[in-house]
Design a protein around this ligand. Structure first.
Ligand SMILES: [Mg+2]
Length: 119
């Protein structure tokens, strides 16, 4: 199974600035069995409060520099991080995650090819 790590700001609709990926996408990914979490510069307390506010059960919340810890928590998975900055790309590379850019790449199409929809 695949792990999907979502950056928040510039990536998700609840970010600042808002990104293209809706919370419906996040919920659908969870429903489809992906291991879903958030990976952001936002403090863990902020991330956890955000998911509690929206009633979404994330499997992990990590700071960007700790993305590699997700590999340890969920071994033998494949790994994807979606974010909007060069830092996201660098952290994904360092943690050996695939990377999709949430603005420059057609991330909605990418998610739909994984069977994840925002409807
Ligand atoms: Mg961001």
């Amino acid at each position: 199974m695949q792990v999907i790590s979502f950056d928040i700001d510039g990536t998700l609709e609840v970010g600042d600035p808002p990104g293209k990926i809706s919370l419906a996408h996040v919920v659908d990914a969870i429903d489809k069995g992906f291991v879903v979490g958030s990976c952001s510069d936002r403090p863990l307390s902020y991330q956890r409060a955000l998911w509690k506010e929206h009633g979404i059960q994330m499997k992990f919340t990590v700071l960007k520099q700790n993305l590699h810890e997700v590999r340890l928590k969920f071994p033998k998975h494949s790994y994807l991080h979606i974010g909007d900055t060069e830092v996201d790309e660098m952290m994904a590379k360092n943690a050996e995650f695939d990377f999709v850019h949430s603005i420059d790449d057609d991330v909605i199409d990418y998610l739909s090819k994984l069977g994840i929809s925002g409807d």
